[in-house]
Design a protein around this ligand. Sequence first.
Ligand code: TRP
Ligand code: CA
Ligand code: ZN
Length: 350
Amino acid sequence: MKLSVPGRAGAVAVLALAGLLGTSAPAAVAQQDAALAAPDIPVANVKQHLADLQSIANANGGNRAHGRTGYKASIDFVKAKLDAAGYTTTVQQFTSSGSTGYNLIADWPGGDPNQVLMSGAHLDSVTSGPGINDNGSGSAAVLETALAVSRAGLQPTKHLRFGWWGAEELGLVGSKYYVSQLSSSERSKFSGYMNFDMIGSPNPGYFVYDDDPTIEQTFKSYFAGLGVPTEIETEGDGRSDHASFKNVGIPVGGLFTGASRVKSSAQVQKWGGTATSFDRCYHSSCDTTSNINDTALDRNSDAIAHAVWTLSAGTTQPPGGTVFENTADVSIPDYGSAVTSTVNVTGVAG
Ligand code: TRP
Ligand code: CA
Ligand code: ZN
């Protein structure tokens, strides 16, 4: 199933009507807009998750790698936060290289089960370090977005699912296993999968995956609104968990701030930083909480929330009551219901 960008036509139509009537925008519209807008994700919360993942690595031999105690501790940490926030969580086990691996899946109750919007990140590190940029960053930002969904009491049209993958560093093992366990009918219910692997690189670039056009455009528009130029991700197409989904025909997208590749002088011009690796600590022991660019982590976390909110709104079903075919059916004295009905009806166009 293709994703569609939800139209803002409804709100625009109401504003136009308000204009004709010589009134200002009704409070109901402002309220509805506030309800639809993604929150600003507090980067301090994301950083706290990174500090916690660093502590987990410190207490478990310096890493959070597949088959090591720091990995399972990372799973338990993320799961506890999601359980407390009202998610339905599932730990999926698999075996790789003779060790048990774990994926964590969290479902936000509600939404259309035939339109699943999933966001995910790999939670494992390499054995050589704590894996804070790779990929505590994506894991923490997806976690904080899920917690923001809970805080907002979001009731999206689509069903929201979040995933944390095991053994990515051994060859996308966890995400391949997850996808292999989906029936073809379950696969067909995904409207998209968004992947976040390395989004706080210390010398960051702003890369958007060049895959599903709707997901890609949603991210590009967000960064354009910030005035931050983006480039297409080219450092390793297929080198992260989105490939597992793409391989079975699920529309994918994602964000990336760069790994070992060197930032070009043209990229230094547009993004600042230095003409060195985007992440000089990639797969090293120095991939600690010091190996994070806070601005990149913040922008990308906010972009994730924006995409989750925007893409899950999808097309809307009128929430019951009278549904007007068009605004001509709405009488002016009944202005209050005209507001609601106009939003509902034109919202279907999205
Ligand atoms: N997946 C790689 C890792 O975890 C990092 C990486 C390299 C990457 N190129 C990428 C991630 C492109 C996303 C997109 O080590
Ligand atoms: Ca933010
Ligand atoms: Zn990674």
